[in-house]
Design a protein around this ligand. Structure first.
Ligand code: HEC
Length: 148
C-alpha cells in the first residue's frame, strides 16, 4: 500500500476511536492520540531519511497531524486518570503539569514549523523534522514510564 493511504487509514480509525472514547476514557483517548502521532512520525521519518520518496503533501499531512495532536494534549490527563488501563503516564505529569504542558506546547511549535517547512522541499523539511523529533524523547524521558 502507498505510504500515504496507509497513514490515512490509520488516521481515520484513530480519529473515530478518539472521539468515541474521549469523554469517558481519557487514557484510551490519549493513547490513541499518541498512536496516531507514532504513525505520522513513521510516515514523515521515512521521507526525512530518504527511505520513501519525498512527497510535500504527505509530509505536510503527517506533521500537521502531529501538530493537532500536540495542541490540547494535556487535557487528556485529568486528575483521576493517573492509573488504570495500561497507562504509561508518569506521576511527574501531575506533580509538574506546567512542565508537561510546556513540553506539549514545544511539540506544537516545532510541528507547526515543520508543517511550513514541508512546502520547501526535502532539504528544508529534514532540518525541521529532526528538530521536531527531539521532543518525543525529551517528553517521554520525563513523563512516560515505558512498561516492559
Ligand atoms: C508532552 C509529552 C509528550 C510528547 C512531546 C510526546 N509524547 Fe508520546 N507519550 C506521552 C505520554 C505521557 C505517553 C503515555 C500515555 C499513556 O499511556 O497514558 C506517550 C505514549 C506514546 C506512545 C505509545 C502509545 C500507546 O499507548 O500505544 C507512542 C507511540 C508515542 N508516545 C509516540 C510519540 C512520538 C513519535 C512523539 C514525537 C513526535 C511523542 N510521542 C511525543 C507523552 C508525550
Amino acid at each position: 500500500m502507498h505510504i500515504l493511504s496507509k497513514f490515512a487509514a490509520v488516521t481515520a480509525l484513530t480519529v473515530m476511536s478518539t472521539t468515541s472514547f474521549a469523554a469517558d476514557d481519557p487514557i484510551a483517548a490519549r493513547q490513541n492520540i499518541m498512536k496516531n502521532v507514532g504513525a505520522a512520525m513513521k510516515a514523515a521519518g521515512a521521507m526525512a531519511t530518504g527511505k520513501a520518496e519525498y512527497d510535500a503533501l504527505a509530509a505536510e499531512l503527517a506533521v500537521r497531524t502531529i501538530n493537532s495532536s500536540a495542541i490540547g494534549f494535556p487535557m487528556f490527563f485529568p486528575k483521576g486518570s493517573e492509573t488504570g488501563g495500561d497507562t504509561e503516564a508518569a506521576p511527574a505529569i501531575w506533580s509538574d503539569m506546567e512542565g508537561f504542558s510546556k513540553s506539549s506546547a514545544q511539540l506544537a511549535t516545532d510541528s507547526a514549523t515543520a508543517t511550513e517547512a514541508a512546502k520547501g522541499g526535502m532539504d528544508t523539511f529534514k532540518g525541521a523534522f529532526f528538530a521536531m523529533a527531539k521532543n518525543c524523547k525529551a517528553c517521554h524521558e520525563k513523563f512516560r514510564i515505558k512498561k516492559n
